[in-house]
Design a protein around this ligand. Sequence first.
Ligand code: FAD
Ligand code: PHB
Length: 396
Amino acid sequence: MTRTDRTQVAIVGGGPAGLLLSHLLHLEGIESVVLEHRSQDHVQSRLRAGVLEQGTVDTLRDAGLGAGMAARGMPQTAIDFRFGRRSHLIDFTHETGGRQVMVYPQHEVVTDLIRARLEAGGQVWFDTPVTQLDDLTTSRPVVHYEVDGEPHQLRCDIVAGCDGFRGLSREAMPADARTSYDRIYPFAWLGILAEVPPAAPTVTWGCHESGFAMLSFRSSTVSRLYLQCAPDDKPENWSDDRIWHTLHERLDVDDMPPLIEGRITQKGVTGMRSFLSEPMQHGRLFLAGDAAHIVPPTGAKGLNAAVADIRVLSRGILDFYRRASTDVLDQYSALCLERMWLVQRFSAGLCTMVHQFPGQGAFERRLQRADLDTLTGTHAGRLAFSENFTGLPYAI
Ligand code: FAD
Ligand code: PHB
């Protein structure tokens, strides 16, 4: 492919945020280039999030990306909290008057987006690390990148920093112009992929005194399971026997069928962090998704939060080109952060409620149980959970 040295919008990072932005801009006739550090194969096979909010599903469908979800997505109307040896179902569709979520894995979303971009002749440059961003406070920012170790430049009107938590876009903002909030949790998740039909039709959370565990799925024959482990734990510390024993201990209850065991095909440790950097913009640079904020995966919000940012950013960019208006772009950070702080609150609150903290005393344990009773046993608790889990209203 011939590389241009000029585009309207340079997008750093080809994860869900960057690819969706490129696709939405393309639908409006706005040109962009996505520069992605890793290979196409790597990006499409990274195993990450699973749950899409109702609004994420609608956004993807409205953008012509609904076919994969229609064929392979698994709509969900309830979640099962298990504690005290019993199942406590929250029917979030009933609580919210009809809202659902969809289990449709992130790598499928990314694969759908890449296919749509490439079929439309879109510029997605894989194996292309961005090395530096310059002139961000001018009307002609410059993106420096490498191909096979050789330096190149891309000039543009706008830079979208969609390069995830470890990208360089956030650091391209002057340190004295941003404030970071950071909390690292004293536990992690061991994520497991197993060739076994899910033992329950709903995502199931086991809140046990030995730690948290979750049953989710990727298809009718593949289960996705998580269990709380130490932050410095290694997958090799977990034999298949130890994994199944721990999952049974935390997820099995008296009023539901037990877990079904099967062949484990993958295991990996994911850390838990709440992080936010504000503001999310500097001159012509706009951060979106994990580049600006991280949530612990408990609430299944990371990918959904990226989509919420991109809705605002794509509208702002559209107004910039079509109406010569910067009203939305000027407000980008404020519009995203108002919703994002509510997402942070929900994610951190749930994470704290369902995990066991090292050295936690009996009093904290009883309070956690009272929180779970309030969440599942009161109308207010179920409603608040359901509104957050299915997705809060968008700014735009
Ligand atoms: P990313 O998906 O991180 O994409 C950023 C892209 O930028 C990457 O492809 C990266 O290669 C690229 N990049 C980085 N630096 C450069 C550079 N210098 N030049 C060019 N490209 C660059 N969320 C949940 O809701 N549930 C989960 O179970 C869950 N599990 C997770 C497990 C892991 C290991 C991780 C890391 C995240 C998980 N998340 C989960 C969060 C969710 O996957 C993210 O919120 C989501 O991927 C955010 O999308 P993004 O596009 O903002 O960032
Ligand atoms: C997942 O399927 O990966 C998943 C499901 C529910 C969560 C988090 C992750 O809350």
